[in-house]
Design a protein around this ligand. Structure first.
Ligand code: ADP
Ligand code: ZN
Length: 526
C-alpha cells in the first residue's frame, strides 16, 4: 500500500515525501481506523484525509466551519484533478442541486460540508444510502466548551458515530490542551482513535523565562542586546501597553502601541509599518498578531504572564517564521499570578473559573519549571521528546541539582498529616514549626511533622513544594484554594524506593547577566 500512497502523493499533490506522521495516519485511515490528529496550522493535516479519500471506496465527508477556507481547498483539489465539491449556504439552489446529483451518482471523492448542513435530517438520510469513505472533522476543538472556539453546531457531530458506526472518523485540531482533547474524543465517540501529536516544535526559537524584578529595565536591557532586530512585546492590559510604549520611546526605541482600544486607522498604521520593517517594536495586547504574517519577527517578549500555555505557544510562535534564530523571553512575577487569578475569579461561571484556573496553573508551572522549556512545552501538547533541547535558558544554564529525598518525604508526610486540606503556605508553616494562631487553633502544633523542617528557610521550602507539584508528587486543587494532596507517585517517595532530585533555585543576577552576555555574543556573530 505504501507504494501506491507515495504515487498518489506525487501524482496528485506533487510532493516527493510525506512529513511525519502523515504516512502512518493515512495508512490507519485507509485501513478503516479512527485517528485523532493534533498538529499546528500549516503542519499538513489535509493530506491525512485527502489521500485516504482517494484510496477508499465512496465519498469522504469533510466537516469544516469556515466556508471561505472550504472553497479554497475545493478549488485546489479540483485543479489537481480530484472530484471534490462543497455543500454550504454560499451555493445557489441550482449549484446545490448539481452537487446533490453528483453525490447521489457516486461522482465525488470528497464533499466539504458545514456542520449545520450535514446534520439536516434530509441530508443525513441521503448519506445513509451512500458508500462513505470517511468523515474528516476539521477544527474539532469547536466541539468542546473547554476550547477557545466552541460552536454549538459541532456538538451534534457526536451523532455521526451512532448513525455510521463503520465509517472511520479523522478528527483534526491545531490547539488542544489535554482537557479539550479528552472532551473531543468523548463527544465524537472515538475512544479507539490513535492519537497523533506532531509538528509543535519550533527549533529555531530560544525560550527563556526570567524572574520579573524591574521589568522596564529588564526589557530595555534585552532590547539593547538585540541590535536592530524587530519584535513584539505582549502586555496584559491597554494601560500597561501604553505605559511600556512610552518608556521605550523615552529610552529612544522605535516602538508603538497596539491594542483594541485604538482607532482602526492607528492599528492598521502600526501593523503596516511593522510588516514593512519601518517600526522596530510593537507593544501590544493579545489583540495583535491575528493577521500578522511577518516572517522576520526576531523576538517575542511576554512582559506579563500569558493566560495559558496555548496562548503562550501561539504568541511566541509569531517569532522566527523564517526559520532563523529567534528569542522568546518571558518576565515572570508572582504578582502577575495573583492578578490573573483574581481576574479569573471575578467571573460567576464556576465551571469557567475552574477551567481558567487550571490553564493558568499550567502556565505558572511552565514558568517555574527547572526542566528543559521545550520538553515542558511539547509535553504539555502531548508531543514526546526524550532529550533536552540545548536551546533554552534551562539547557543553556542548568540549575544545580540536589538530592531532596529527605525533604520531600517530610513535605509529603506533612501534607498527609494536615489532612490534604491545606495549601503550600500552611504546610510550610507546620514544617517550620511556626506559632501562628491558626496553627494553634487547628492543633497542628501537635502533629508529628510539626517543626521537622525548621532547618530550611521558607524560601527553600517554597522551592521544594513547587517542584514536587511540577514533578507530579503533589496535586493542587484550585477549587479548594490550592489544597495539596498526595498523588499515587508520592508513595514510592515515602517508602524510600524513589529518590527525588530537584533543582536549586536560580540566582537572579546571574541569570540576567548570562542572558545579556549571550545576547551580546549573538550580536557579535553577525
Ligand atoms: P494544516 O491543515 O495542518 O493547517 P495543510 O494541510 O493546509 O496544513 O498543509 C500546509 C501546507 O503544507 C500546504 O501548503 C500543503 O500543501 C503543504 N504540505 C502538506 N504536506 C506536505 C508534504 N508531505 N510535502 C510537502 N508539502 C506538504
Ligand atoms: Zn531545553
Amino acid at each position: 500500500m505504501s507504494d501506491s500512497l507515495d504515487h498518489t502523493l506525487k501524482s496528485v499533490f506533487g510532493y516527493g515525501s510525506f512529513r511525519p506522521p502523515q504516512r502512518e495516519v493515512i495508512q490507519r485511515v485507509v485501513a478503516g481506523e479512527d485517528v485523532f490528529l493534533v498538529m499546528p496550522t500549516g503542519g499538513g493535516k489535509s493530506l491525512c484525509y485527502q489521500i485516504p479519500a482517494l484510496h477508499r471506496e465512496g465519498v469522504a465527508i469533510v466537516v469544516s466551519p469556515l466556508i471561505s477556507l472550504m472553497k479554497d481547498q475545493v478549488d485546489g483539489l479540483v485543479d489537481a484533478g480530484v472530484r471534490a465539491a462543497c455543500y454550504n449556504s454560499s451555493l445557489t439552489a441550482e449549484e446545490s442541486r448539481a452537487v446533490s446529483r453528483q453525490l447521489a451518482q457516486g461522482e465525488l471523492d470528497l464533499l466539504y460540508v458545514a456542520p449545520e448542513r450535514l446534520l439536516l435530517p434530509d441530508f443525513l438520510e441521503r448519506l445513509g444510502g451512500l458508500k462513505l469513505a470517511l468523515f474528516a472533522i476539521d477544527e474539532a476543538h469547536c466541539i468542546s466548551q473547554w476550547g477557545h472556539d466552541f460552536r454549538p453546531d459541532y456538538v451534534k457531530l457526536g451523532r455521526l458515530r451512532e448513525l455510521f458506526p463503520s465509517v472511520p472518523i479523522v478528527a483534526m485540531t491545531a490547539t488542544a490542551d489535554p482537557e479539550t482533547r479528552r472532551d473531543i474524543i468523548r463527544q465524537l465517540g472515538i475512544e479507539r482513535a490513535t492519537l497523533f501529536v506532531a509538528g509543535f516544535d519550533r527549533p529555531n526559537i530560544t525560550y527563556a523565562v526570567i524572574p520579573k524584578q524591574k521589568p522596564v529595565n529588564q526589557l530595555l536591557s534585552f532590547l539593547k542586546g538585540r541590535g536592530d532586530e524587530s519584535g513584539i512585546v505582549y502586555a496584559l492590559s491597554r494601560k500597561r501597553v501604553e505605559q511600556v510604549t512610552e518608556r521605550l520611546q523615552q529610552a529612544g526605541f522605535d516602538a508603538a502601541a497596539y491594542h483594541a482600544g485604538l482607532p482602526d486607522r492607528e492599528r492598521s498604521r502600526v501593523q503596516d509599518a511593522f510588516r514593512r520593517d519601518d517600526l522596530r517594536v510593537v507593544v501590544a495586547t493579545v489583540a495583535f498578531g491575528m493577521g500578522i504574517d511577518k516572517p522576520n519577527v526576531r523576538f517575542v517578549v511576554h512582559y506579563d504572564l500569558p493566560k495559558s500555555v496555548e496562548s503562550y505557544y501561539q504568541e511566541t510562535g509569531r517569532a522566527g517564521r523564517d526559520g532563523l534564530p529567534s528569542q522568546a523571553l518571558m518576565l515572570f512575577g508572582m504578582g502577575d499570578v495573583m492578578t490573573a487569578r483574581s481576574l479569573i475569579e471575578n467571573s460567576d461561571n464556576a465551571e469557567r473559573v475552574r477551567i481558567e484556573l487550571q490553564k493558568l496553573n499550567a502556565m505558572v508551572s511552565y514558568a517555574e519549571a527547572l526542566t528543559c522549556r521545550r520538553r515542558a512545552l511539547l509535553a504539555y501538547f502531548g508531543e514526546q521528546r526524550d532529550d533536552d533541547c540545548g536551546n533554552c535558558d534551562i539547557c543553556n544554564d542548568p540549575p544545580a541539582r540536589f538530592d531532596a529525598t529527605e525533604a520531600a518525604q517530610k513535605a509529603l508526610s506533612c501534607v498527609y498529616r494536615v489532612g490534604e486540606r491545606f495549601g503550600s503556605r500552611h504546610v510550610i508553616d507546620v514544617l517550620r514549626g511556626a506559632r501562628g494562631q491558626r496553627i494553634l487553633e487547628l492543633g497542628h502544633d501537635r502533629l508529628s511533622t510539626y517543626g521537622i523542617g525548621a532547618a530550611l528557610s521558607t524560601a527553600q521550602w517554597d522551592n521544594i513544594m513547587r517542584q514536587l507539584i511540577h514533578l507530579g508528587y503533589l496535586g493542587q486543587d484550585f477549587s479548594r484554594f490550592g489544597a495539596l494532596a498526595l498523588t499515587s507517585a508520592a508513595r514510592p517517595v515515602l517508602t524510600g524506593e524513589t529518590r527525588v532530585i530537584l533543582g536549586e533555585p536560580r540566582d537572579l543576577a546571574r541569570t540576567e547577566e548570562k542572558l545579556s552576555r549571550r545576547a551580546t555574543a549573538v550580536d557579535g556573530a553577525h
